[in-house]
Design a protein around this ligand. Structure first.
Ligand code: E4P
Length: 221
């Protein structure tokens, strides 16, 4: 399962990138707005920083042709750009047209297996079910993800399943077990993923034992 970072913060991207585990980035209008800068500049900096897919979301939803035009512009920002379109009739129309142009699309705001079938049928590169938000609505996000992965397997769909809206490390573990192709994690979930109390305890006792040995050796010399 490829790991993406769900952010528009270049500092967060640089930190996780240095771990050697980052295969891509997902952004959305809320995350880009949090950076308070020119969106084009934010997107371009991320595209050049990351050696992998970067999802950029269309924001001009006035008409399908406006969405297509913006989608083409976003795709032209870099060879690693993936254009996010929403799971709506206009989003599907836009996604299909962009796909025909050879542009890779990510269908976002997906909350059900039925919607995920539509995303696969237009030839999307990525489908993004939002697990945490499904849980927020008192439903079972992981169950929906498992069903989507099973449907895609049975039907031979090539669209990549990207587990989105993940809130804690067990979401990541369960998404991997379900067979998701990609998981996108907020920065704090990445930092929780690397942590284990026994790693800290083990490191402390190794360091203390090593220090004791150094003192013994100094004392013996
Ligand atoms: C994915 O592409 C979305 O940006 C993201 O995962 C949404 O997560 P949230 O529900 O935590 O906002």
């Amino acid at each position: 399962m490829r790991l993406f970072l769900d952010t528009a913060s270049i500092e967060e991207i640089r930190e996780i990138n240095r771990w050697g585990v980052l295969s891509g980035v997902t952004t959305n209008p809320t995350l880009v707005a949090r950076e308070h800068g020119d969106p084009d500049a934010v997107w371009k900096e991320i595209l050049s920083e990351v050696d992998g897919d970067v999802s950029l979301e269309v924001t001009d939803l006035s008409t399908p042709s406006a969405m297509v035009e913006q989608g083409r512009r976003l795709a032209a920002m870099g060879p690693n750009a993936v254009v996010k379109v929403p799971m709506t009739p206009d989003g599907l129309e836009t996604g299909k047209l962009l796909t025909k142009d050879g542009i890779r699309i990510n269908v976002t705001l997906v909350f059900s297996p039925a919607q995920a079938i539509l995303a696969a049928e237009i030839g999307a590169y990525i489908v993004s079910p939002f697990l945490g938000r499904i849980d927020d609505a008192a439903s079972d996000g992981m169950h929906a993800l498992r069903q989507i992965c099973e449907i895609y397997e049975v039907q031979g769909y090539e669209t990549n399943v990207l587990a989105a809206s993940l809130r804690h490390p067990m979401h990541v573990v369960d998404a991997a077990l379900a067979g998701a192709d990609i998981a996108t994690l907020p920065y704090d979930v990445f930092t929780k993923l690397v942590k284990h109390p026994l790693t800290d305890v083990g490191l402390q006792s190794f360091s203390a034992d090593w220090q004791r040995l150094q003192e013994e050796l100094k004392g013996g010399a």
